[in-house]
Write a protein that binds this ligand. Structure first.
Ligand code: FES
Length: 110
């Protein structure tokens, strides 16, 4: 679970001994620690693509990590458009990524 997690930092003091929790992303089980965001938990598990662009289908992931760009939108707790970089992951949480829409809206469509 910690292959991609920052465990030592020269400046920041990282919390130790946090409770391990489990969550699901795209029907696959993953581990995280309490106080992880969905984004940090996924990154720690090596998951970089959080969704597909609604129209082009291009992969999207964490960009700003401060809640401004909305590139990290996922569905969590049944709610669409949740920003993974701001939302704490919860034990038992089910998270899914955004998909490319089958009929992209084009300007001029009714
Ligand atoms: S990465 Fe920019 S809002 Fe989450």
């Amino acid at each position: 679970m910690d292959a991609f997690r920052v465990t030592k930092h020269p400046v920041l003091k990282l919390k130790q001994n946090r409770k391990e929790i489990a969550f699901v992303f795209e029907d696959q089980p993953y581990k995280a620690y309490e106080e992880d965001t969905i984004a940090s938990a996924l990154l720690a598990n090596g998951i970089r693509m959080l969704r597909r662009h609604e129209e082009s289908g291009s992969p999207r992931g964490v960009y700003c990590n401060i809640g401004h760009c909305f590139e990290c939108r996922v569905t969590a707790r049944g709610e669409e458009g949740v920003r993974a970089c701001l939302t704490p992951v919860e034990d038992g949480m089910v998270v899914s990524s955004g998909k490319q829409l089958p009929t992209p809206f084009k300007e001029g469509d009714q």
